[in-house]
Design a protein around this ligand. Structure first.
Ligand code: BTN
Length: 274
């Protein structure tokens, strides 16, 4: 008899995913699992423009044009990780819907802890770090219809079973995964189901207006807060201390050079050594 493949390396399959789901909305409208695709965000966007329902889930074993924030590439090798996009149609003002990415980082951190017992740090706005290595990223793209939100594509990359040997040289020092942090592999379907469960909890909390609760939980897990940070503004390197994440999800920094408070809503912020 041929040995059974361990669950960890089993391909993602729609029926196994459906059986593992504990959600009412996310993953319930439509699930697509692609062997290979350019970008799951791109595919979810075209489905959303064609009226696909809230909670539609697009997954891929591999992306050939995986996209990150700030026009970066998302390294998406086959069969190891989770690359997924959700279609959300929140009846929320755009400013409130912008908090979805913070909620998604919290959901992901909770799911990682549920499944593995590890506690990732959240680096503002939405990177998860294990032992200082980035193990996931979130790319959320909002489509407006006038001044309302038509839909949000919540794209999430989670490095699950990626090993150091799978990383190109330029990522070898900075990128991590659940496997790299724990020394063992994990069941991707279980990780996915845990994320969707937590994400649905936070999504419903946001829709119910429980914003302060989400912000408080976020502030408690965000390693950027109270750290010395550096960011580039108009080509100039600015240093300061991150003192808050405000109700719009922006980072509030006290500049070291002039003591002024500035809010940062995009871009890249690096943590400086303590
Ligand atoms: C980041 O730069 O940190 C965000 C990375 C987001 C990657 C995910 S993988 C699934 C989805 N499809 C994409 O092309 N990007 C997102």
């Amino acid at each position: 008899m041929r040995p059974q493949k361990p669950a960890d390396s089993a391909p993602l399959a729609k029926d196994t995913i459906q059986a593992a789901l504990r959600t009412d909305i996310l993953g319930r409208a439509l699930i697509e699992v692609h062997e290979s695709i350019g970008s799951t965000n791109q595919r979810a966007r075209s489905l959303a423009l064609g009226d696909a329902g809230e909670g539609t889930l697009v997954l891929a074993e591999r992306q050939t044009a995986g996209r990150g924030r700030l026009d970066r590439v998302w390294h998406s090798p086959p069969g190891l990780n989770l690359y997924l996009s959700l279609i959300l149609r929140p009846d929320l003002p755009p400013a409130r819907a912008a908090l979805l990415t913070l909620a998604a980082s919290l959901a992901l951190a909770s799911a990682v802890s549920d499944v593995t017992g590890l506690t990732p740090d959240i680096k503002w706005p939405n990177d998860l770090l294990l032992n200082g290595r980035k193990m996931s990223g979130i790319l959320s793209e909002m489509e407006l219809s006038g001044s309302n939100v038509a839909f949000v594509i919540l794209g999430v990359g989670i490095n699950v079973n990626l090993s150091l040997a799978d990383l190109p040289e330029d990522l070898a020092e900075t990128v991590g995964s659940l496997a790299i942090a724990s020394g063992r592999t994990w069941d991707r379907t279980e990780a996915l189901a845990a994320f969707l469960t937590r994400m649905e909890e936070y999504y419903l909390a946001l829709k119910a207006g429980r914003v302060e609760e989400i912000l408080q939980a976020y502030r408690a897990s965000c390693v950027t807060l109270n750290s010395r940070v550096e960011y580039i503004h108009k080509g100039v390197r600015i240093q300061g201390r991150a003192i808050d994440v405000n109700s719009a999800g922006e980072l509030v920094v006290r500049r070291a050079d002039n003591n002024q408070l500035v809010t940062i809503n995009a871009g890249d912020v690096s943590l400086m050594k303590k």
